[in-house]
Design a protein around this ligand. Sequence first.
Ligand code: GLU
Ligand code: MG
Length: 450
Amino acid sequence: MIQVKTLDEIVMEAQRQSINLVRFIFADLSSIVRGKATRASKLKDRLEGGIGLVKGTLAMNILDQLQTDTGFGAAGEIRLIPDPDTWVVLPYAERQAAVICDLMELDHTPWELCPRSVLKRQIHKAKDMGVSFQAAFEPEFTLGTTSEGIFQPLDRSLCFSTEGMNKASRFINNFIDALGKQNIETEQYYPELGHGQHEVSISHMPALKACDRQIFYRETLKGVALEMGMEAYLAPKPFENQPGNGCHLHLSAWDIYGERNLFFAESGLSAFGMKFVAGIVEHLPGLVALTAPSVNSYRRLQPSSWASAYTCWGFENREAAIRVPSVYWGQEMATTNIEIKCVDSTSNPYLALAGVIAAGLDGVERNLTPPEPILNDPSSLSEEEREANKIDRLPTSLMDALMELEDDKLLMGMLGARLADTYAAVKTSECGAFGGANPEFEMSHHRNRY
Ligand code: GLU
Ligand code: MG
């Protein structure tokens, strides 16, 4: 059971730890983590009343260009209202702490553009259907140093090799320790295929908490790298000639008591799980606008790169957009889950997970049947075979994905009109800004921001 701290306990802890500043943070529509900090001396008041923020902040793209056609600009204010359950002392920024905030109107209701509130609505909806979720984001990242403007990867080692483990051991130990200090338990670590590419997985948590952890994971990765004079990139495709960085999303559905895994069946996936997968498969073309939502994302979602490029699912198939992983011996019920592969760390985790839940529950409500599971690389099939199996190419650009999203009534309804419009404006502006003939301009911006 997670013990939520009272506001007084947080204030006391801030004093005990000589905290100077407390960051009130949130992830914007492009998942840039932004916020304002309060002096610890004012913490009690700010925890209760929040910190003001101009609404236009949510209409800015990753170049800080404000999209005024959204109707948001200099006027209008919301409050950053912290969730006390997210309080952490930051191990990589001396005497500073952070809390993740909801974006609230001045009348105390959630603002229609608040991504965290979108997810909370889906969690509520699921609860009404007797369902709860456990999730974990699984980011891959690229490590190295930059000297005289040139990036040098930390290693050029082979996939899963101990050479890579040795070269990265100092960083990885510091990173795991820093996560541990924030009560984020890590599970596995390994060097990945790319030069300097590594992966540290964390344990699953209830849906909202899993998204909060993805924010702190990214913050910690960048923070520890900065402290060590290194670079860490979560961008989906930081370099053209290197494998992409995924952020696969593992998900399992449970009854509301968390006792019975609704995806579990001796055969591999329950009837409930099948319908859930069918819902995701059906919504994938629009869904990727939320799960792989940057211009850079579509450099990664290419055939035969283990990132997924087609609308299909399969058991133990790393080319399928939805993989059903094998379970651990003796822990079959506990470890049955699905992995959505077409997700990366440029996604706002709250919107990405909300979209996946909405799509999956749609499959359950409409009793959908998924297409046949695919057991090989869909790009190795002929056009006819793919057609016979209802396998389509995922959108190949952010602009295409945004158009699919616009056509997806369920996902548009989940977002709500104002958020959907603002999201489209911000993301379309990024398509414009990075759509030119200079891929390095796009990749360097995504390396720096994610
Ligand atoms: N790097 C791959 C991706 O972009 C994933 C490799 C793996 O399966 O771990 O998603
Ligand atoms: Mg991996």
